[in-house]
Design a protein around this ligand. Structure first.
Ligand code: NDP
Length: 283
């Protein structure tokens, strides 16, 4: 089998285009969606991610922007800034770019973001709402993956989904969303025994690990849909996923490339969550 490529770039572009009319409708009511991104320190990968978020926000005509703070920023200073944005009615979304410098406790900072402005969906309140199936901000990467799966036209109900990775920002919310879609879900992680055997039972296989080439063809069921969340920089200008792309293409029915798959969707979903936050603030 030669897998069809799920074109995340094109789907993200269409998603962002579709947001334009919602942004216009908000503007007609005197509201401009406003996303404030906070970047602390000089991490080069974070700087690129933040610049991409900034560009996407500008293209959609959002207000807001990026606040760049020095590495030496204290936890208290960062929390004060978050609280200032919480109190500002013109701000609809707040995103603190992770990872933060080592002297800052990430969970403590995230806990100060108002759940109503938590467009990354990382606040415990939103994580809990996702768990019990209430309306919430869904973390952008797994939300984007669900949109990519929709594009395949596959009926998810009753399928076996295996998620490799159990982080709070990707693996766990991914598993919950697949469960909501009535998949039977297995979560694998670094302590999982027989990873290959478990993966090879998956109708939907999501790799969110950060290990280049971890998922090889022998771990993939013929005809499976394979979603590669991993982003691994293997050379100055070369980024690969967690899936051995060429060989897995021979087994899968659909596959996402890296780059051009999940990554593009993550930003589109952030834009969608921000528009949603602005709409909610009006209602
Ligand atoms: P984390 O490092 O937080 O989590 C990695 C997970 O992979 C952990 O649960 C870990 O298990 C598991 N793991 C590690 N090694 C193995 C192994 N050999 N076999 C099975 N499981 C293993 O990473 P994130 O969840 O934040 O990100 C995962 C990947 O996705 C990264 O490459 C990241 O760059 C990328 N990413 C991409 C985004 C995008 O927009 N495309 C957005 C966010 C992340 P354990 O819990 O036991 O340690």
């Amino acid at each position: 089998m030669n897998a069809s490529i799920i074109d995340g770039k094109a789907i993200a572009l269409a998603t962002r285009k579709a947001l334009r009319s919602r942004v216009e409708a908000l503007k007609e009511r005197g509201v401009t969606p406003c996303l404030m991104v906070i970047l602390v320190g000089e991490d080069p990968a974070s700087a690129i991610y933040v610049r991409n978020k900034e560009k996407a926000s500008e293209k959609l005509g959002f207000a807001g922007g990026v606040t760049r703070l020095p590495e030496s920023t204290t936890q208290e200073e960062l929390i004060s800034l978050v609280e200032a944005y919480n109190a500002d009615p013109k701000v609809h979304g707040i995103l603190v770019q992770l990872p933060l410098p080592k002297h800052i406790d990430e969970r403590a900072v995230l806990a100060h973001i108002s759940p109503d402005k938590d467009v990354d969906g990382f606040h415990t309140m939103n994580a809990g709402r996702l768990l019990v199936g209430e309306r919430c901000f869904i973390p952008c990467t797994p939300k984007g993956v669900m949109r990519l799966l929709e594009e395949t036209g596959m009926e998810l109900s009753g399928k076996h989904a295996v998620v490799v990775g159990r982080s709070n920002i990707v693996g766990k919310p991914m598993a919950l969303l697949l469960l909501q879609a009535n998949c039977t879900v297995t979560i694998a992680h670094s302590k999982t025994a027989n990873l290959a055997e478990i993966c090879s039972q998956a109708d939907v296989l999501v790799a969110a690990v950060g290990r280049p080439g971890l998922i090889t063809a022998n771990m993939v069921k013929p005809g499976a849909v394979v979603i590669d969340v991993g982003v691994n920089r293997v050379a100055e200008k070369k980024v690969v996923g967690d899936v051995a792309f060429e060989e897995v293409c021979e087994k899968a029915s659909y596959i996402t490339p890296v780059p051009g798959g999940v990554g593009a969707m993550t930003i589109a979903m952030l834009m969608q969550n921000t528009v949603e936050a602005a709409e909610r603030a009006l209602s």
